[in-house]
Each structure stands twice: as structure tokens, then as C-alpha cells.
Design a protein around this ligand. Structure first.
Ligand code: PMP
Length: 284
């Protein structure tokens, strides 16, 4: 099926959508993005993604070509036009097209692109029943991971390293402690405490992370936002990751070592249920 996509104010068939070869997203990875999931034809935590988008743009002194209301209308129109009941909406804004120059160009119109990806089995993901395996790798990304930029080559390399090792993903380690997964935030559970890296420039402030930690606290679970090592993770009772497309996903193996019983843990499983339940109710 030919998708309808959105480029710079126009809805059009995907094969007619174009962006300039001078676009700074293409030349400099000078762009930011968001991925919002769709369940039951509705957007999950749109407000959270819109807020983080604005923050990423502000950090890079990049103009926002839309208002939040316009952005919501575009998301909804793409869901409607492509009859998405379950899937993802990808949004990218770049600084725009200009002659190649390291300095930010003046007076350039930003580029904005949105497209959908239908994906069944997001909520009913069979992986949630068995859990995923991760390997650890050195975190070699730049120092402003709190800005959601499109420079994703190192995370791609990490995914490939994981695949080559027979695992699903990689957790990145810097100065001896875990930062995050290639495309998700990382957590361990020890006793009654959920442990996850504190926010800072070293990790992305996950929209799913914020919601899951809020729900965990509301459910009287203990949350400790602090660094942890891979050795501590291997000795944990449970491990899991969160992201907009995987929600809460149990991790059952790290570098070949089984975590806890080697099956998805009770905390991760419960948080996944609570998250899906609450977010479905709040979806717009
Ligand atoms: N960390 C990184 C590096 C990511 O790429 C992502 C997903 N974009 C996340 C964390 C999770 O963020 P969110 O819950 O907003 O999807």
C-alpha cells in the first residue's frame, strides 16, 4: 500500500515526497525526531513527545515550523489516511536546506517530515512473554544524548553487534556504569527497588521512562535514580527497558548471564500491564 506522508505542509504519496540534497539533516545530522506509538488508532502520550521535541529544538536553536495543535492534527490525519490502528508515527524536523557550512545558516525554513509505520503486535508483543537478551558495549556516542537528534549511527552499530552476538539489543557502558540501551532506557530491579540511571546529558529523557516511573511510584514501588554497573545488573533480580515502541520490555540475559530466574520478572510484567492500561485510557 502506498502511504500518505507529510512533507513541509503537504500530504502526498510516499514516492512523491522529496527533501533537498542540501538539507542539513542529510549533510550534518542537524535534525531532531520523535516517535509516537499508536494503539487502537490513538496516540500514546502525544503531549510528552511534543514537549520533548520543543526542548530538543530549543537546545539546538532550531525553529519549530508548527504549533503543538498543528502537529497533533498532522499526526491524526496520517493515522486516518493510512488507517493505522497499531503502529508508529515518525516525525523529523531539520534546520533546513542551505549551502554547506558548519555554522548554522540564517533565515532558513526548517524541514518537517512525518510518516507512519503500521506495526501489529506492539501491545501483544510475544517478546514480552520471553524477554530479550542484551550485550554490553562501550558508549561511544556524543555528549548531548539528552537531545533527540537523528545521529543514530553508533546505536545502529550497537544493534548490529547485538545481532552478531545472538542478542536483541545492547546496553551502553560509560565510565563503568550503564547509560541506556541503543534505543531505550535501561532498568534493573533489586529486592523492591527499581534502579535506573538518573537524567542528565548522558541519556535521553524517555517519555516512556517518565510515565513508567510515575506509575511505579503511584503503585508504591521504590525507585532509585542512580548509576549501576553491568556486574550489578547481572546480579539483579530483574532487568527491563522502556521506549515508546516497546513500552516496558523484560530483559532476561546480559552478556550471556541469566537475570534472576531467566524469565520475565514480576515487576517488569506488572509495569507493562499498568502502562498499557493507563496509556490506552489516556490516548488521544
Ligand atoms: N534512549 C534512547 C537512546 C532512545 O533512542 C530512546 C527511544 N527513542 C529512548 C531512550 C526511549 O525514549 P522514549 O521512551 O521517549 O521512546
Amino acid at each position: 500500500m502506498t502511504r500518505t506522508v507529510y512533507v513541509n505542509g503537504t500530504y502526498l504519496p510516499e514516492h512523491e515526497a522529496t527533501v533537498s540534497i542540501f538539507d542539513r539533516g542529510f549533510l550534518f545530522a542537524d535534525g531532531v525526531y520523535e516517535v509516537t506509538s499508536v494503539l487502537d488508532g490513538k496516540l500514546i502520550d502525544f503531549a510528552g513527545h511534543a514537549k520533548r521535541l520543543q526542548r530538543s529544538l530549543d537546545e539546538l536553536e532550531m525553529a519549530n515550523p508548527t504549533t503543538e495543535d498543528e502537529l497533533l492534527a498532522i499526526h491524526r490525519e496520517l493515522v486516518r489516511a493510512n488507517t493505522i490502528t497499531e503502529g508508529l508515527i515518525y516525525l523529523q524536523i531539520t534546520r533546513g536546506a542551505a549551502d554547506r557550512d558548519f555554522a548554522y545558516p540564517e533565515g532558513v525554513t526548517p524541514t518537517i517530515v512525518l510518516f507512519t509505520q503500521a506495526k501489529t503486535g506492539l501491545a501483544d508483543n510475544p517478546m514480552a512473554k520471553v524477554g530479550m537478551k542484551v550485550i554490553s558495549i562501550e558508549d561511544q556516542r556524543w555528549g548531548r544524548r539528552d537531545i533527540k537528534t537523528v545521529q543514530l549511527l553508533y546505536p545502529s552499530m550497537g544493534k548490529m553487534a547485538a545481532k552478531a552476538a545472538g542478542a536483541h539489543d545492547a546496553w551502553m557502558v560509560e565510565d563503568g556504569v550503564v547509560t541506556e540501551g541503543t534505543s531505550n532506557n535501561a532498568y534493573i530491579v533489586k529486592g523492591n527497588t527499581i534502579i535506573t540511571r538518573q537524567l542528565g546529558h548522558e541519556i535521553l529523557s524517555g517519555i516512556t521512562r517518565a510515565a513508567v516511573l510515575r506509575m511505579a511510584r503511584e503503585a508504591q514501588m521504590k525507585v532509585d535514580e542512580r548509576p549501576f554497573t553491568i556486574d550489578e545488573a547481572k546480579a539483579a533480580d530483574e532487568a527491563f527497558v522502556t521506549s515508546a515502541s516497546t513500552f516496558v520490555m523484560p530483559v532476561v540475559e546480559i552478556d550471556g548471564v541469566a537475570i534472576g530466574t531467566g524469565a520475565p520478572g514480576a515487576v517488569a510484567t506488572r509495569l507493562r500491564e499498568i502502562y498499557l492500561d493507563e496509556m490506552r485510557k489516556a490516548a488521544i
